[in-house]
Design a protein around this ligand. Structure first.
Ligand SMILES: NC(=O)c1ccc[n+]([C@@H]2O[C@H](COP(=O)([O-])OP(=O)(O)OC[C@H]3O[C@@H](n4cnc5c(N)ncnc54)[C@H](OP(=O)(O)O)[C@@H]3O)[C@@H](O)[C@H]2O)c1
Length: 272
């Protein structure tokens, strides 16, 4: 595993996404992922699987400090009271005293951002959260947020078909990292001829080439989701090879502004 530095924390560059996994299926998948070596888990109050994630963590018997757990507050809960209640609920369901990274799941213009961030900061100062971040923030709004609070992360859709150059530039200006969700384009990269060709050269699959391209950028983490153990293993086997600068550039050139996730916020995305 490789790590990104965020404040004093070490963030495993490869995490395990859990969206759409619930109940026993989620607990089994997370347990499997932990046994394979994943130490960064991505959940959200909206996924309704925090209890299942906690049950897998308990079964794995790992020291809490070995894990990096991200959860997200839903966009309706961004008032001071809503935030407190949301975090208390997540901590209870996750059966933990703190989350490593707490994200605003989607921006919501109905709540003043400064007030939301001030409350999130207070909760972090109370020790309930180690790091603060946002998700689905266009670059201008990210800059605004990062100028008001110590925001270390913007979690956004990011795969070879969406450049996200503006989001990446804004994160870099503030020393933050980007977490790529839908990192393998929900499976779309499998049929890509260029990724296949580069993969053949390194004896790797298009999924592995894609994840390597993401994490090799240096300030990007990726959180692929799968319910299948062999795919969990495939996704984590990316630390024994490197792409050349030319291969990185050729993968960059696949960007075509393709978004797979519809905006929930009504705010315009960056043009990428
Ligand atoms: N912040 C946000 O708003 C937001 C939005 C979306 C997602 N996320 C987070 O990001 C995580 C990942 O995103 P995602 O789940 O949308 O997309 P993804 O990880 O790009 O793709 C997941 C899909 O790809 C399949 N898959 C996984 N590995 C594969 C492999 N090696 N070969 C072929 N197919 C494979 C999975 O099927 P199987 O399970 O059948 O293997 C699943 O259908 C989520 O789980 C969630 O934690 C966050």
């Amino acid at each position: 595993m490789e790590y990104l530095k965020a404040d004093s924390a070490q963030v495993p560059v490869l995490g395990f996404g859990t969206y759409k996994l619930t109940g026993d299926q989620c607990a089994r998948a997370v347990e499997e992922a932990l046994s394979i070596g994943y130490r960064h888990l991505d959940t959200a109050e909206m996924y309704k699987n925090e209890e299942a994630v906690a049950s897998a963590v308990r079964s794995a018997g790992l020291d809490r400090r070995e894990l990096f757990i991200t959860t997200k507050v839903w966009m309706d809960n961004l008032s001071p009271d809503g935030l407190r209640r949301s975090l208390a609920g997540s901590l209870e369901r996750l059966d933990t005293d703190y989350v490593d990274l707490w994200l605003i799941h989607w921006p919501n213009p109905s709540f003043p951002l400064g007030d939301t961030l001030a409350t999130m900061r207070k909760l972090a100062e109370e020790g309930k959260v180690k790091l603060l971040g946002v998700s689905n923030f266009p670059s201008a709004l990210f800059r605004e947020a990062a100028s008001m609070a110590p925001i270390v992360c913007n979690q956004v859709e990011y795969h070879p078909y969406l450049s996200q150059r503006q989001v990446l530039a804004a994160a870099r200006e503030h020393g933050a990292f980007v977490t790529a969700y839908a990192p393998i384009g929900r499976g779309k990269v499998l049929d890509d001829h260029l990724l296949q060709e580069i993969g053949t050269r390194h004896q790797k699959t298009p999924v592995q080439v894609t994840l390597r391209w993401l994490i090799q950028q240096g300030d990007v983490a990726a959180i692929p989701k799968t319910s299948r153990p062999e795919r969990m293993q495939e996704s984590i086997d990316i630390f024994d090879f490197a792409l050349t600068a030319e291969e990185m550039k050729r993968i960059d050139s696949l960007a075509r502004g393709e978004r797979l996730i519809d905006s929930m916020s009504g705010l315009p995305w960056d043009e990428d």
